[in-house]
Design a protein. Sequence first.
Length: 326
Amino acid sequence: MNVTARFARWGLAAAALLATTAPSFAANWVLPSAYPPANYHVENLNQFAKDIDEATKGELKITVHPNASLFKAPDIKRAVQTGQAQVGEVLLSLHENENPVFGLDVVPFLATSFDQSKKLYDASKPAIEQALDKQGLKLLYTTPWPPQGIFTKKDVNSVADLKGLKWRAYNVGTSRIAEIVGAQPVTVQAAELPQALATGVVDGLMTSSATGVDSKIWESLTHYYDTQAWIPKNAIFVNKAAFAALDPATQKAVTDAAAAAETRGWALAAERTKSYMDTLKKNGMQVLEPSAELKTGLSEVGAKLTEDWSKKAGADGQAILDAYKK
């Protein structure tokens, strides 16, 4: 055998070896979330990732990083925009300053049931998708939180009783509520809330029963008023360039898994709300209905915030509200 033939044979053998031992070039994505592993939002994210793994036979793997371990809540969206993470989950209203449509779901008393919230989401979804698209993001799905109530360690019979509280704020709406009722807004995200409560940095807040359970709020506060003020949503989105780099079959696996996660997430929110309320009661929280005076005062606050939102959102915002109210 001449030298040329020998090298050719070696080349074929090497190629065969590489074909059997070459590593898989599967895509590996990271998905940061600000919420603890036991929270149903994170459970839903994990199932979303599992569905994609199974549908693509491991060609696309997504690792969920809960509890703000990879990025803090306000930084997740930017991380996905810049490609530091491929997918992310955020409370959409965190970014109301960028576009009013991101804060529509936290306008008090505009949508106070899951059915109303879904109708509001359907009316605003095209605008949300368009806003995210301009920022290099593709909306995959949303999942709601339970209705928002007031946590304190004292009786609250009217909005006047909220004056002077160190009020946890996590978005534009909750900060504005503090201003209107005379509370002191303190910006605290979910991952930092247990420490803020334990150290007295916060002694009043409006949030969901889910966050109350996640933070073991009964260790610091005593009263929960079930005002059902609004139902905020988390949005899960993907970097458009990362999504575009996938082959069509994998893209379909992602969007199919997202559709299933959205259906599952909305059902989970409704299902878990009762169990969260039961957990609050079992741990000694006074779970109370708001008084007529408190309801009236909060409705007046809601009217002011609806007016604020409408002014910021302009004609496009009014069109969404009109579609919702049909």
